[in-house]
Design a protein around this ligand. Structure first.
Ligand SMILES: *Cc1c(COP(=O)(O)O)cnc(C)c1O
Length: 409
C-alpha cells in the first residue's frame, strides 16, 4: 500500500475543478454477492411465500442471534417501528431519558406514543449518553432510559445499568449503528432489557429497509413477536394489541446475502478509516473520532470534529467546501433532536442542559466510506480538507462571496 499523498488539492471553491466528477455520498449501500441474492430471490418467487415469518426471515433471525450471542432476534420492518414496539413491550411510558445527539427516530419513536423524551447530554469524548447527567433528569414520571451506541461505540452500559437498578427503570439500547461491534469484548445485542438494530440501506449491515430487536428475556421476546404481527397467536386468534412490524422475505434475502460478506465490509471500512487517519494526521483543528483498538468496530462512520479556532474554518464552511468538490459530507446529527420540531416548541430551553450536544452538533461532520470508496478517493478528500485549512483565509472569502452572490441571484 502506498503512503497517502500529502499534496494539497486545487479547490473548486477557489476556481479549480471539483475533486470528483459526480456526487460521492456518505453511505452507498453495501451489497454482498449479487448471484447469491438473485438465487434467493428466485427461491422466494418459486415458494410464493413473501412475508409472515417466511423461511428467509427465520434463517436471518437464527443467524443474527448466533452471531451476536443472544437468545432472541426478532426481525422487523425497520428500527423506528422496532423502537416503538420495544418501548411498549418493556412497559415504558410517561418520561424516558434519551440523548438528543442521535438520529431523530430515537426521539420520535417515543413522542409518537406520547411518551416524553427527556433529553440528556452526551460525553464529549465518546459522544454517547453521559451517565453522570442521567440521574439529575429522573423524576417520579421517569420509566426508562434509551442509550444510543453512537457510531458503533457501546454506551457505558455498566453505569447505566447501575442507575436503572437503583431507580427501577427499564433500559433499551438503540444499536442502529452498532451491528457487529463489541463493548468490553462482548457483542452488542445483549445489553439492557432489549437492543434495537437498524438494517436501513445506509447502515453497515442492511436489508434495504429493516431492523431487529435482540434480547435474552423470553417474555419480552414473546410479547414483541405478537406485537409485530397484530397480536396474532395463530389463525383467527388475536391475544394482544399489535401493529405491523414484520420483515418481508425479499429484505431477509438481502440480509442473508450481506451477512456472508460482513467481514469484507468491515475490512473495507477499517482500511478506509485508517487511510483517513493517516491523511488527516497533523491537520490543525481536526479530531478524528477514535475507536478503542481492543474492541471490534464496523467503522461505518468516519466522524471528524472541526475546532474552528484551530482549523480557521467552521464545520459548516468545511462541509460547504467539500460539497463544491462533490463530496457530500454530512452534519450528523445537526441540529440535535432538541432543536427540531416538535421538541424545540415543547422544550424551548432544553439546550441549557445540553452544552456538549450543542457543541458537537456544530462541530461534527461525517465523511464518505464503505465498499464504494477506495484509498485513492480518500487521499483526494483528505487533500481537499488539508488545502482548505491551509488556505482558510482565501476559502472563507470565496465562500462569503458565493453566499452574497446566491442571495442576490
Ligand atoms: C437509522 C437510525 C434509526 C432508524 O432506523 P430505521 O431502520 O431507518 O427506522 C434509529 N436510530 C439511529 C441512531 C439511527 O441511526
Amino acid at each position: 500500500m502506498s503512503a497517502p499523498a500529502k499534496t494539497s488539492a486545487p479547490l473548486a471553491v477557489l476556481g479549480g475543478s471539483p475533486a470528483f466528477a459526480s456526487d460521492l455520498h456518505v453511505g452507498k449501500p453495501n451489497l454482498g454477492d449479487r448471484r447469491r441474492l438473485l438465487a434467493r430471490v428466485n427461491d422466494i418467487i418459486d415458494r410464493r411465500w413473501f412475508t409472515n415469518n417466511g423461511p428467509c426471515v427465520q434463517e436471518l433471525e437464527r443467524r443474527i442471534a448466533e452471531l451476536l450471542g443472544v437468545k432472541h432476534c426478532i426481525a422487523m420492518c425497520n428500527a423506528t417501528v422496532a423502537l416503538e414496539i420495544v418501548t411498549r413491550a418493556v412497559g415504558m411510558g410517561a418520561e424516558v431519558i434519551v440523548p438528543s445527539f442521535t438520529f431523530v427516530a430515537t426521539a420520535h419513536a417515543l413522542q409518537w406514543q406520547e411518551i416524553t423524551p427527556v433529553f440528556c447530554d452526551v460525553d464529549p469524548r465518546t459522544h454517547t449518553i453521559d451517565p453522570a447527567q442521567i440521574e439529575r433528569l429522573i423524576t417520579p414520571r421517569t420509566t426508562g432510559i434509551i442509550g444510543v451506541h453512537l457510531w458503533g461505540k457501546g454506551c457505558d452500559v455498566e453505569a447505566i445499568g447501575e442507575i436503572a437498578r437503583k431507580h427501577r427503570l427499564k433500559v433499551i439500547y438503540d444499536a442502529a449503528h452498532a451491528f457487529g461491534c463489541t463493548h468490553r469484548g462482548q457483542m452488542i445485542g445483549s445489553f439492557g432489557d432489549a437492543e434495537v438494530f437498524s438494517f436501513h440501506a445506509t447502515k453497515f449491515f442492511n436489508t434495504a429497509e429493516g431492523g431487529c430487536v435482540t434480547t435474552n428475556d423470553t417474555r419480552i421476546a414473546t410479547k414483541i413477536s405478537l406485537m409485530r404481527n397484530f397480536g396474532f397467536a395463530g389463525y383467527d386468534n388475536v391475544i394482544h394489541l399489535g401493529t405491523n412490524g414484520k420483515m418481508d422475505e425479499f429484505s431477509a434475502a438481502v440480509g442473508l446475502t450481506n451477512l456472508e460478506s460482513l467481514e469484507e465490509f468491515m475490512a473495507a471500512n477499517r482500511r478506509n478509516y485508517e487511510r483517513y487517519a493517516a491523511g488527516l494526521a497533523g491537520v490543525p483543528g481536526l479530531r478524528l473520532y477514535d475507536f478503542d483498538p481492543r474492541e471490534r468496530f464496523n467503522f461505518q462512520y468516519v466522524v471528524v470534529e472541526v475546532e474552528p479556532a484551530g482549523a480557521g474554518l467552521t464545520r459548516d464552511e468545511l462541509v460547504d467546501v467539500l460539497h463544491t468538490e462533490h463530496v457530500l459530507a454530512r452534519k450528523y446529527f445537526f441540529p440535535g433532536c432538541h432543536r427540531m420540531e416538535p421538541y424545540r416548541s415543547y422544550f424551548p430551553h432544553a439546550g441549557l442542559l445540553l452544552p456538549q450536544t450543542d457543541r458537537l452538533t456544530q462541530r461534527v461532520m461525517v465523511l464518505p466510506t464503505g465498499t464504494a470508496v477506495d484509498e485513492e478517493m480518500i487521499d483526494r478528500i483528505c487533500g481537499v480538507v488539508r488545502a482548505a485549512i491551509e488556505r482558510s483565509g482565501e476559502v472563507r472569502e470565496a465562500l462569503e462571496l458565493r453566499r452574497v452572490q446566491s442571495a442576490t441571484g
